[in-house]
Ligand binder design. Structure first.
Ligand SMILES: Cc1cc2nc3c(=O)[nH]c(=O)nc-3n(C[C@H](O)[C@H](O)[C@H](O)COP(=O)(O)O)c2cc1C
Length: 406
């Protein structure tokens, strides 16, 4: 596969040399494009020697000492000839130019003309990464379907410690390879996924929660993004890296999760509710910390909004997939839940087994379908299980359409 490696003017530009090698080793044909700022950090000759190819640095060929031909619209040729554009390091400045459609050098002009998959690996000082302007630019780019590989945490060249490091070049090359190999049977879908637990405040410092790690929901979001879907992940508090190319909306309580889901519902085509939402909360938690006394304390709990049921009532022809974590009577409970919530599929898992369910990296589930079918997915990594859920979901939608048309 032919790819462009765009190199921005950041301190991590030197790592792009190793990345170009790692990509060549994975059989990519690599065309390097450097910004002028990148040339301040590393010479084009390094990339030319590593890739056996002339490096592009100028939008106007005459500036690099070449004759300008009437037909040489180089940025369009490069855009048409390559299937992927990987930018590493993507500077704050490049993210801003891409997000706002500026075309003032070769790389930004190429970005606008490019119709293939775009992968951006930002690297910068932590404050620059956390700045509202950069956050908004990243959100715009992710919303547009660009895949943003989140920067790693660690000590930075500026002496600070935090998020902003360019991930290891071999890791980036592996990510590019797996994205290049991905199937594209979910292009055009918008998948709304919920994941993780919720936290229901008892007072300003205490909360009720559950053992959900969010791993299943995050695997589902990653699987859909890899297959070409636009993905919005509404996540409760978890400690997991954000999946590539996924728009993450962070929430804490069941009420916040309900509001985020209902706001994103209209733009979604498939909804997967993998979050373990608290069933009860303290409706009006006190503003002050509850003092410890020797007396018994009772908490009065009210039910939280039933998000699955509300989505079920408003889903139209969207595909709704719920989860049922049970300790007994798995399939019966799943069927009951499917009927009462108007879901199209319920992913049922036993949560009292060793090594599957909450917190583990593997899962073993039964997919109970509206058509009456129940498909067993044997024990496998949550990523593989996520893939099987979408294989069945896409088939189910065809079957439901056929039933509807009959
Ligand atoms: C020593 C030095 C290190 C820099 N490192 C970074 C960096 O890591 N990330 C970043 O976004 N900008 C960094 N900058 C700022 C960019 O070089 C500057 O925004 C430049 O305009 C980027 O141009 P480009 O986006 O066309 O490559 C650095 C600047 C200097 C002088």
């Amino acid at each position: 596969m032919k790819i462009v490696l765009g190199v921005g003017g950041g301190i991590a530009a030197y790592k792009a040399a190793e990345l170009s090698r790692a990509l060549m080793e994975r059989d990519f044909e690599v065309q390097v494009v450097m910004t002028h700022a990148a040339e301040e950090f590393i010479r084009p000759l390094t990339f030319a020697a590593l890739t056996n190819r002339k490096v592009i640095t100028d939008l106007f060929a005459s500036r690099s000492g070449e004759e300008v031909l009437a037909s040489s619209v180089e940025h369009i040729r490069v855009a048409r000839e390559n299937q992927m554009l990987v930018v590493a390091p993507a500077t704050a400045d490049l993210l801003a130019r891409f997000a706002h459609g500026l075309a003032n050098d070769f790389l930004s002009t190429l970005y606008l003309a490019f119709t293939g998959k775009v992968i951006l690996a930002p690297a910068m000082n932590t404050e620059m990464w956390n700045h509202a302007a950069t956050r908004a630019n990243v959100e715009t780019l992710v919303g547009r379907g660009n895949i943003v590989l989140p920067p790693a945490e660690g000590s930075l060249a500026c002496g600070e410690v935090g998020a902003g490091r360019l991930p290891d070049p071999v890791w980036i090359a592996d990510a590019v390879q797996s994205l290049a190999a991905a199937r594209h049977d979910m292009d055009g879908e918008t998948v709304l996924v919920t994941a993780g637990p919720t936290q229901e405040p008892i007072d300003p410092v205490r909360y009720l929660t559950n053992r959900s790690s969010g791993k299943m929901g995050y695997a589902i979001a990653a699987a859909a993004a890899e297959r070409g879907a636009r993905v919005v992940l509404v996540s409760g508090p978890v400690n997991l890296p954000e999946p590539f190319g996924v728009q993450v909306v962070r929430v804490r309580s069941a009420v916040e999760m309900r509001n985020a889901v209902m706001a994103k519902l209209p733009e979604s085509t498939i909804i997967v509710k993998a979050a373990a939402v608290a069933d009860y909360h303290v409706a009006n938690p006190p503003k002050q910390k509850i003092k410890k006394t020797p007396a018994r304390l009772s908490l009065e709990l009210d039910p939280t909004p039933d998000i699955l049921a509300e989505v079920g009532r408003n889903k139209g022809d969207r595909l709704l997939i719920g989860f049922a974590a049970e300790t007994t009577a798995l399939v019966e409970e799943a069927r009951r839940k499917m009927a009462s919530k108007n879901a199209d599929m319920v992913v049922a898992n036993l949560v009292n087994q060793e090594g599957t369910g909450f917190e583990s990296d593997e899962n073993e589930v039964t997919l109970v379908m509206r058509t009456g079918e129940a498909v067993q997915v044997p024990r496998a990594s949550k990523k593989i299980v996520a893939g099987r859920i979408f294989d069945q979901a896409l088939k189910l939608r065809l079957a439901l359409h056929a039933l509807h048309d009959a």
